[in-house]
Design a protein around this ligand. Structure first.
Ligand code: 5GP
Length: 198
């Protein structure tokens, strides 16, 4: 028997260094139906990042033109760079796939205004500020100045937790992933058949 299961949109937000990217990738690997929304950004690519895969890397001029042409569902300025979610790619993707958005609280607020988008909003928090700093330093992706800036953004960022449907403390990546998976399964009804008791 086939179920008429609706495609879902999941937002995963957190400050950098809480494990969002890893969790997002794990979900996509396990559930083929999920695609990651690839944002546009004016940030410079990091050494391992690929244009069109991690982000669409564009100039500030191009980004501004996309804003002026009304091409974004949402866009935000974060640490001197711009990030945005392109309407066309989301509209196309949702017809066939579930979508995960790795976006910040500003984008979450803007996306929430579109009543046609059914969103599941998840906010991940680190177990402590000390642990966050350790993780930011350990992942070694940014300069120490950048690490400091990202760390300092935490106090402002966490103020917006109330805009989310679920809050998860990422003490341990595997447990955190399992909780995200549980939320997704609940909404997607992925395990519907196995839950039926006779
Ligand atoms: P990073 O520079 O570390 O890749 O990302 C910095 C922040 O930008 C992260 O919190 C990430 O969630 C957020 N971000 C990435 N893409 C978008 C987007 O399209 N819109 C918004 N609002 N935030 C984004």
């Amino acid at each position: 028997m086939s179920h008429d299961v609706k495609n879902i949109m999941v937002i995963l937000s957190s400050v950098s260094g809480v494990g969002k990217t890893t969790i997002t990738k794990k979900i996509q690997q396990k559930y083929q139906s999920f695609k990651i929304s690839v944002s546009h950004t004016t940030r410079k690519p990091r050494p391992n990042e690929v244009d069109g895969v991690d982000y669409h890397f564009v100039t500030k001029e191009k980004f501004k033109k996309l804003i002026d042409d009304g091409k974004f569902y949402e866009h935000a300025k974060i640490f001197d760079n711009f990030y945005g979610t392109h309407k066309d790619s989301v509209d196309k993707m949702i017809k066939k796939n579930d979508i995960i958005f790795d976006i910040d609280w500003q984008g979450t607020k803007q996306l929430s205004k579109f009543k046609n988008l059914e969103l599941i909003k998840i906010y991940l928090i680190p177990p402590s500020k000390k642990e966050l700093k350790n993780r930011l330093i350990k992942r070694n992706q940014d300069s120490l100045d950048e690490v400091e800036r990202r760390f300092e953004a935490f106090d402002n960022d966490i103020k917006h937790w109330k805009d989310y449907d679920y809050i998860i403390i990422n003490e341990n990546l595997e447990n955190c992933y399992k909780q995200v998976e549980k939320i997704i399964s609940k909404h997607k009804n992925i395990f519907k058949a196995s839950q039926i008791t006779v």
